[in-house]
Design a protein around this ligand. Structure first.
Ligand code: ATP
Length: 414
């Protein structure tokens, strides 16, 4: 059976009213795309019998795999199960063994089993069901002639393990052509998404079996190449395109889909056996926070001086008073002095500094909001970069963190 295209139906008044954010369909989209199932459409419907039945029926006319989320809990009017049975034309029966299992589970936890819980053991006559390790309502699979309809419980901690451990392996049995997609993921920093996009489009021109998706984050971009047809010839072309991309952006790529910028900087420092300290003004300690979020960072990170006021810049970082008076706190010479100062004060190999105008107030014509100087001082290296960031206070501070980690990374890679 061809299960390569799916539709998702999210059930829930809470999702429609905005009380809850739908994370289930995003999770399903990611899990499905990993095995080559394309999600063609997703809709959210209220908890009504007609709404669910009609939406499922419509979807089954278009695709052979339809998955619903939510509405399976033990309620007296079993709206979802009944609606799915009607839409699929597959009746339900009580699975006595499963019912006994649920009763035992309740008893072992000292909870009385009330009769309205019986509906959790209602399963399709044709199809199967998937046990729920974190709840009582199982996932249901209605198997019709030429279609598969799946109903999953709403709570993400219930839905996610059912999808990973039971649903995906089962779908792959039903449609053996579903294979984990061959992918290569690159994370890049220091370039805008549009610059990368233009060049990537050029690189994959005429390559119908290669899909490229770029996802922008604040200050960095993730580019994923996926191979749609995994035969030898396409595989070779795919590798060639990815290698060309890796070479073209070698200066900007900091890792694959599992690498963080702070993790990469940590690896580089560890590899060199060197240490780091930070001197932070407008980021107020965010860089130190980011670096210490990496387990094992105590191997290379010694500490941070949050030098928000000029007094701290002078007293703790030895920034000369006349440099501050002549150029102002947000300036290239002060950033350089801060990086040198923290390196000396904490006795590290590397010092990184940030000083800037985060806004929303405090900007002038000469020094507008978003102007940030980043300094790095290291063994025989000293460099300051000037940036003009856009965005609100949070955005300017976050971009400053990324830019400072990136400048350090570039210096460490030299
Ligand atoms: P329960 O056994 O909890 O009644 P259920 O299958 O009936 O499960 P719902 O009642 O629809 O599921 O949702 C239960 C809870 O699961 C919601 O309150 C919400 O916290 C979460 N939930 C439901 N749908 C989604 C969704 N699409 N994304 C994220 N969370 C969801």
């Amino acid at each position: 059976m061809d299960l390569s295209v799916a539709e998702i139906i999210v059930i829930g008044n809470e999702i429609l009213s905005g009380k809850r954010t739908d994370t289930n369909s995003a999770f399903l989209g990611r899990a499905f795309s990993r095995v080559g199932i394309t999600v063609d459409r997703k809709v959210t419907v209220p908890d009504t019998h007609e709404g669910i039945r009609n939406t499922v029926k419509d979807a089954l006319e278009r695709v052979s795999l339809v998955v619903t989320s939510g509405g399976l809990g033990p309620t007296i009017d079993d709206i979802t199960r009944e609606a799915l049975a009607e839409a699929s034309g597959i009746a339900l029966h009580t699975d006595e063994d499963y019912l006994a299992e649920v009763k035992r589970k309740f008893e072992s936890r000292g909870i009385t089993f009330s009769e309205n819980n019986r509906s959790v053991a209602l399963v399709p006559d044709r199809g199967t069901f998937f046990r729920n390790p974190n709840g009582s309502a199982p996932g249901l699979l209605f198997r019709g002639d030429g279609f598969v309809l799946v109903a999953l419980p709403g709570p993400p901690q219930e839905l996610e393990p059912i999808v990973e451990e039971s649903l995906i392996p089962h779908l792959r049995e039903l449609d053996p052509s579903l294979q984990p997609r061959i992918k290569r993921v690159f994370r890049l920093v220091g370039l805008g998404e549009s610059n990368i996009d233009l060049e990537v489009r050029e690189m994959v021109k005429g390559e119908d079996a290669i899909e490229v998706a770029s996802m922008p984050h604040l200050g960095w971009v993730e580019v994923t190449f996926s191979l749609l047809e995994p035969d030898d010839d396409h595989r070779k072309r795919f590798d060639a395109v990815c290698d060309r991309f890796a070479e073209r952006f070698s200066g900007e790529i900091f890792g694959d889909g599992d690498t963080t910028l702070e993790g990469r900087v940590g690896e580089l420092l560890k590899g060199r056996g060197e240490t780091l300290a930070t001197a932070e003004s407008c980021t107020g300690g965010l860089i130190g926070g980011r670096i210490t979020a990496v387990a094992g960072s105590s191997d290379y990170f010694l500490g941070s001086i949050v030098a928000y006021s000029n007094d701290v810049k002078i007293n703790a970082l030895s920034v000369p008073l006349d440099t501050l008076e002549k150029h102002g706190a947000v300036s290239e010479p002060v950033a350089a002095a801060m990086a040198r100062g923290v390196r000396d004060a904490l006795g590290t190999d590397w010092g990184v500094s940030v000083t800037g105008v985060a806004g929303p107030g405090g900007g002038t014509d000469q020094k507008p909001v978003g102007l940030v100087y980043i300094g790095v001082a290291g063994p025989s290296v000293e460099q300051v970069e000037q940036h003009q960031f856009i965005g609100d206070r949070r955005g300017v501070r976050e971009r400053s963190v990324i830019a400072s980690l990136n400048l350090l990374r570039k210096c460490l890679c030299r």
